[in-house]
Each structure stands twice: as structure tokens, then as C-alpha cells.
Design a protein around this ligand. Structure first.
Ligand SMILES: Nc1ncnc2c1ncn2[C@@H]1O[C@H](COP(=O)(O)OP(=O)(O)O)[C@@H](O)[C@H]1O
Ligand SMILES: [Mg+2]
Length: 633
């Protein structure tokens, strides 16, 4: 690496280093060591190679000095040729070993990225839903990309920067001092003149770089928000495109200003460095030449000193920034470890068991629950706020108790915001109850394995989210092994076969981000098809047909009825037809079960259910409700 590049990269890392000066715990260092441990052997090889490289680097100037001496002393040509050949051999060896060193450091660095990245991805994936509702996706993705790479870069830089530079520096200095300690010391006098202002400039640049990063992030957010189909629609309908553009332009031009200043700073820095080392070189020639003329120094020694000097400044400037480099490595590592250390609120027990075989009952036993506040589930640094909101945590469910017998259907009704979806989310353990117990087949869900809960429980949610993948991939999420026939059967039963068959790539058509290219109703039918395909023993429907018009709902009802056949079901209902078929109806209001019974019982009681029946259910279905037979779902 050339002197300029090394020196610049050390200034650059000083600029990017985080400002916070938290004392770093030994624990962090120990954990980094633990991450590096599997790569111990490569690490030793790298260190060994660095030392050999440093030795070779010092050898060439010394040999060049010998050549000059041989010429001056008028030795026979054989000596000169032998020395020249040796220099050539060293050059070839340096080239080969240089490549090998790079291979080793790249293997080490990229291996570290791989380890950290997979560890973070795996960990984040296991975080509870609450974490994702509280965390900005962008911040999380940047942690996975930038910080992991930052940690790696700092790690490799520290290795090649610090270790090999210390070795090169010590060797070079030793050789120079043995040749002429006076000249060596004088040549170094100029160094602080250059290093000190450079460091001050580094911290000013750091501030600007952070500002630029913030602007870039804001522009990124603006673009991803506005350039998505729903965002663009919103801008077209309500937005002010001129203001949006002006805001964007203001940020972009600030980034331009910072870019120009950074470029100038870089040039100034490199020019200053080149100048200082050129001045030092002049000093070596002047002073060394003077000594040589007086006979107290060999001419070859002057040449050797001059050549060595050019190899001295790079490691010196690099080491001046070493502390910063080590710090920034530690910061990046800490930011990654911070994520790995987030304890998921919901974790599988070590001795978790499977849901018992056979039909499964669903039971809520005095369940109270409040959504966890942000400080319990997320990290302040992921939200870019100093402290996390500790508010929230107000109880949403109070002492909810009910039991769905195996194969029976419980329907939940109530106003919007009453807590019905919340009840549904406690079953698959998207959240854990604060008190009381949720049981599947008589076993507390907290004692069950996540895999067996997934196998047992199928859910159709309100929003019917689809991955930006093929129809097939979205369908087989819950049953990767499903055959072509089974997939088409499920599609037929959810009345989607016609639509999917008409798509350009059939089952392999990619449904857009958030399933945008499908209508709400089609999306919902797709999630119903997924449920039919997976055939779990317990089914939760959260307003599963809310987005369907009455014609397509009637069509899907049949399919749902089949899906529910013989299964335990918790159905959040918004249509009378669904409610009437339930074995037990719970009226939920403000987080409490205020009434329970069958349709007939509750109507007769003339309470909240009767009111709901009149206002919510009866009105839109009046025509159907009178004559039509009760549908089975
Ligand atoms: N992720 C969440 N974080 C905090 N509060 C929530 C969250 N989801 C829902 N709530 C609140 O919980 C209450 C019950 O909501 P929900 O169960 O969705 O009602 P329903 O499904 O009956 O319409 C509401 O007051 C709602 O604002
Ligand atoms: Mg709801």
C-alpha cells in the first residue's frame, strides 16, 4: 500500500470513528477474541507473513546502499550483479507474499462478516413481533450492513494497520538508527508538524461526515417512502411535489458541499504528507551528503537512509490514527453485540414440549395483557432517540377466560379496538400474557416448542400480508412439501384458481410488494388458500372475510367451512352468518368478556350482543338473515 493511501485511510477512519467515549469493557474484547478464535490459524499465518513482509521491505534499501558502496569502492562487477539479482528476487517474493497476505486478510475479514451477519440475522429473526412493531426497519438493516462491515473493516485495518505497521516501523527505525542515529532523529523532527494538525482536522471532518450521513439517510427514507406505489399515490393525491423536491434538493446540495470539502481535505492532507516527507528527504540528502563528503558515512548509507525514510512515514501516520481505529472497531463490534444481546421477550424453553396429539382445545385462563412499551422490546440506538418511550404497557386485556373444546368454534364479537385481535395474537405466542395462562391442548403455550405451535395453529390475519415472492412460495410457506395438485385444490376451494391460472406465470407469478398487485379480497383468499393447504388442527380467523364482497364471501364460506371441519376454531367475526354457527360466542368490550353464550341465548338476554346484532350484523345482512338458512360458518 502506498504511503498516501495508508495515511489517508488512517485519517479517514479517524473521521468515521464514533465520538462517544464509553470505556470499553474487557468483555467486548473477549467476545471479539471469541469470534476470531475459529480463525486462529489463519490469524497466526497472517502475523507471520506480516513480519516476513516487513523484513523484505527493509532489506531492499539496505541492498541498494550496498550497490552504491560497491560502485564507489570500484569492486568487480560480479558483486553488483549478485546484489541486483538479490533485489530482484526480493521484489518477486514481496509481490507473491503480498498477494498471499491480502488473501489471508480478505479471508479473515470476509469470514468475520459472514459470522457476524448470520448471527445477527438469525437472532433478529427470532425476536418477537413487538420488537418489529417498535423498530425502524431501516435502522435494523443498516445495523446488519454498515456496522457488520464497519466491524470487519476496523478489524482487518487494525490487524494489517497496527500489527504490520508496528513491525515495519520497528525494523526500519532500528536499521536507520544503526546506520546514522543523528540523521534519523532529525528526519523525524518534522513529523509532529504534520501529524498534529491532521488529527484536529480529522475531528472536524468527522462532524461533517456524520452530518452527510444523516442527510443521506433522510434522503433514503424520503425516496423509499415516496417511491413506493402507495406512497406515490399519496403524494399524487395530497402531496406538494414542489416542496418535496425543494426539501430533497436542500439536503442533496448540503451533501455536495460536504463532498467538496472532504475532497479538498483529502488533497490538503496528502499534499502536506508528501511535502513533509520530501523535506525530510532533503534533510537526509543534505546532512548525509555532508557526512559522506567528510568521510564519516558511506555513500551507500545515504542512499539506504533515503530509501528507508520513504518507508517510515506511512506506518508512522497510520499508527498515529491507530487508537482511533481500534476504538471504531470496538464501537462497531459493540453495536453488533448490542443486537445479539437483546434478550427476546419470548423465547422457547430449553425443555419445551410438543402440542399433544389429537384434537386440541384452546383455553384462556384469567389472561391479562398490555402491549410492551418500547424500552422493553427495542434499543434506543435503533430508534435514533436518546431514551426509549417507557409509556404504554397499559392493560388491553383484563382477566379474559374461555375455553374452546376440541373441534368446536368460539366466536369473538365486539366493537373495533375491543381487544379481539389481541386475544388472537396471544395464541400463536406473538405476545405473551402478563398474567394468567393461554393453553393449547391443556399445555401452557410458554411450555410448547415454537415449531409445534406453528404446526398446530393456522391463522388468517386481518391484513393478509404477502411476501414479494411467487404465489407458490407464498402459499407453501406453511407446507413446503405441498404437491402441485394440493396447491391447485386449495386455490380452487378459495375460488382463486381462475385468477391464478390467468396470471402471466401462473403459480410462479410474483405478487408485488405487500401483495400490491392483488386486491384486498384476492389477497385474503390467498391467505385462506394457504390455510387450506396447511390444514392445521387449530384455526384462527381474524375477520378473515372482511375484505370480501358478499358474493365472493359466500363462495369462500364453503371453503372455510371445510377448513374448519373437525378443527378447533377461534373466529373473530363481523358477519352474522359466522357468529350464528359458533358453539360459543364471546362479546368482548374494552378488553373484557362482557357476555357469553350461544346466539339464541345472547339474543334472548337482550344485552350488548342484541345491540350489536341490531346495529352491526343485522343491517347489511337483513335480506339474507330472514329467509336464508344459517350458513355453516
Ligand atoms: N401493537 C400494538 N401496540 C400497542 N397497542 C396496540 C397494538 N395493537 C393494538 N393495540 C391496542 O390494543 C387495543 C385492542 O386492539 P385490537 O385487539 O386490535 O382490537 P380489535 O381487534 O378488537 O379491533 C386497542 O386499543 C389498540 O389500540
Ligand atoms: Mg382486530
Amino acid at each position: 500500500m502506498s504511503m498516501e493511501v495508508t495515511a489517508w485511510s488512517s485519517l479517514h477512519s479517524a473521521m468515521n470513528a464514533q465520538q462517544d467515549r464509553r470505556p470499553f469493557s474487557r468483555a467486548t474484547v473477549r467476545r471479539i477474541a471469541a469470534f476470531a478464535r475459529p480463525r486462529r490459524r489463519e490469524l497466526y499465518r497472517f502475523l507471520l507473513l506480516s513480519i516476513v513482509m516487513a523484513l523484505l521491505a527493509v532489506a531492499t534499501p539496505v541492498l541498494a546502499g550496498r550497490v552504491v558502496d560497491a560502485i564507489v569502492q570500484g569492486k568487480e562487477s560480479g558483486t553488483v550483479i549478485r546484489l541486483a539479482l538479490l533485489i530482484a528476487v526480493i521484489a518477486v517474493a514481496e509481490a507473491g507474499l503480498g498477494l498471499l497476505t491480502r488473501l489471508l486478510s480478505a479471508t479473515l475479514g470476509e469470514g468475520l462478516i459472514l459470522d457476524l451477519r448470520t448471527a445477527v440475522f438469525d437472532h433478529v429473526q427470532r425476536m418477537p413481533v413487538a420488537f418489529f412493531t417498535r423498530t425502524r426497519t431501516g435502522a435494523l438493516v443498516s445495523r446488519l450492513n454498515n456496522d457488520v462491515i464497519g466491524a470487519q473493516r476496523a478489524f482487518s485495518n487494525t490487524l494489517s494497520g497496527v500489527v504490520s505497521n508496528v513491525v515495519t516501523l520497528l525494523l526500519t527505525l532500528t536499521v536507520m538508527l544503526t546506520i546514522s542515529w543523528q540523521i534519523t532523529l532529525l528526519a523525524l523532527v518534522l513529523l509532529p508538524v504534520f501529524v498534529l494538525p491532521a488529527r484536529r482536522m480529522g475531528s472536524r471532518m468527522a462532524r461533517m461526515q456524520r452530518e452527510a450521513a444523516a442527510h443521506n439517510a433522510a434522503m433514503g427514507t424520503q425516496m423509499t417512502e415516496r417511491f413506493s406505489a402507495p406512497g406515490a399515490t399519496l403524494v399524487k393525491l395530497f402531496g406538494r411535489p414542489d416542496d418535496e423536491s425543494a426539501e430533497f434538493a436542500a439536503r442533496a446540495s448540503r451533501v455536495r458541499d460536504i463532498g467538496i470539502r472532504t475532497a479538498m481535505a483529502q488533497s490538503t492532507f496528502i499534499t502536506a504528507l508528501t511535502l513533509v516527507s520530501a523535506l525530510a528527504l532533503a534533510l537526509v540528502y543534505g546532512l548525509g551528503g555532508y557526512y559522506a563528503l567528510r568521510g564519516s558515512l558511506e555513500p551507500g548509507a545515504v542512499v539506504a537512509l533515503a530509501l528507508l525514510l520513504t518507508r517510515l512515514y506511512a506506518p508512522l501516520t497510520a499508527l498515529a490514527g491507530a487508537r482511533v481505529e481500534v476504538m471504531s472497531a470496538l464501537v462497531s463490534f459493540e453495536r453488533v453485540f448490542e443486537i445479539l444481546d437483546l434478550k427476546p421477550l419470548i423465547a422457547e424453553k430449553a425443555d419445551a414440549r410438543k402440542v399433544p396429539e389429537g384434537p386440541v382445545s384452546v383455553e384462556f385462563d384469567g389472561v391479562s395483557f398490555g402491549y410492551p412499551s418500547a424500552d422493553k422490546v427495542s434499543l434506543a440506538s435503533l430508534e435514533e432517540v436518546a431514551t426509549l418511550d417507557s409509556r404504554g404497557g397499559t392493560e388491553v386485556l383484563h382477566e379474559v377466560s374461555f375455553r374452546a373444546e376440541p373441534g368446536r368454534m368460539v366466536a369473538l364479537v365486539g366493537s373495533s379496538g375491543a381487544g379481539k385481535s389481541t386475544i388472537a395474537q396471544l395464541l400463536p405466542r406473538l405476545y405473551d400474557a402478563d398474567s394468567g395462562a393461554v393453553r393449547l391442548g391443556g399445555v401452557d403455550v410458554r411450555d410448547l416448542t415454537a415449531a409445534s405451535i406453528r404446526e398446530t395453529l393456522g391463522m388468517v390475519t386481518q391484513d393478509g400480508h404477502l411476501f414479494h415472492e411467487s404465489v407458490r412460495a407464498n402459499l407453501t410457506l406453511a407446507r413446503p412439501g405441498a404437491t402441485e395438485d394440493e396447491i391447485w385444490d386449495a386455490l380452487r376451494r378459495s375460488r382463486l384458481d381462475g385468477l391464478v391460472a390467468s396470471l402471466p406465470d401462473g403459480l410462479d407469478t410474483v405478487v408485488g410488494e405487500r401483495g400490491y398487485r392483488l386486491s384486498g379480497g384476492e389477497r385474503q383468499r390467498l391467505t385462506i388458500a394457504r390455510l387450506l393447504l396447511a390444514r392445521q388442527r387449530v384455526v384462527i380467523l381474524d375477520e378473515a372475510t372482511a375484505h370480501l364482497d358478499s358474493t365472493s364471501e359466500a363462495a369462500v364460506q364453503e371453503a372455510l367451512a371445510e377448513a374448519l371441519e373437525g378443527r378447533t376454531a377461534v373466529v373473530i367475526a363481523h358477519r352474522l352468518s359466522t357468529v350464528r354457527a359458533a358453539d360459543l360466542i364471546l362479546v368482548v368490550e374494552e378488553g373484557r368478556v362482557v357476555e357469553r353464550g350461544t346466539h339464541a341465548e345472547l339474543l334472548a338476554a337482550g344485552g350488548r350482543y342484541e345491540e350489536l346484532y341490531r346495529t352491526q350484523f343485522a343491517a347489511p345482512e337483513a335480506g339474507q338473515a330472514q329467509g336464508a338458512p344459517v350458513e355453516s360458518v
